[in-house]
Design a binder for this molecule. Sequence first.
Ligand SMILES: [Mn+2]
Length: 231
Amino acid sequence: MNYVIPDIHNDNRRFRNLLKRIEFSRDDHIYLLGDLFDRCSYDPDPVGVYFSILEIEGQCTIVSGNHDRWLAEYIRDYYGTKERKRKKLPSYYYNSFDLIRDRLPEVDMLNLADWLLRLPLQHETEINGSRVLFAHAMTSDPNAAMDDIYYLMGDGTDDTFYVDGIEGYISFCGHASSSFFSRYGGTYLDEALKSIWRNDKENVYMMDCGCGYAGGRLACLCLDDMRRVYE
Ligand SMILES: [Mn+2]
């Protein structure tokens, strides 16, 4: 089975519960839509998220989110700065950096940063005869590569993607709360404003259901039978 999971945002408990509930096994594959880290003030466990993913790395395809990029760049800046000058650096805006540094030595943090910076911005594949695209905020036609910021943050000036999608593909994204997308028509696959949103053309799925915020939850969509699980 092929599963898609959006923004985990440091919530290793919800992530592991989801894996248990879908009975994730050796034949399965997971597509993660980025934003693995930052937030989850109620139960943050970035190292747990990292280790959970490494355990299943061969069965996991991950695209980068804006938070993954920010964290990786901060780690490199921090350790690229002479020790006596580090105090003068602005602290990382989110909780992940300090939480990870409490548990991992410099070499492992730099490896984490390298790993994050190697993540692709978009992944294209074919599943059960459908061509699919995964990216954090917006996907693009694979023949028309966009700047990094497009995939990581979306295009703030042109929102036609949400209505039209990418011709010939089904796109899966996270980044912005699915509750935001009712303005573009479409359908909530489960509870209104609180579940995965799909556009009217049925070629765009916006999956972020607020995991990392109190009251949010983590969605999981099975691409083989379209079954949804929320944790
Ligand atoms: Mn996010």
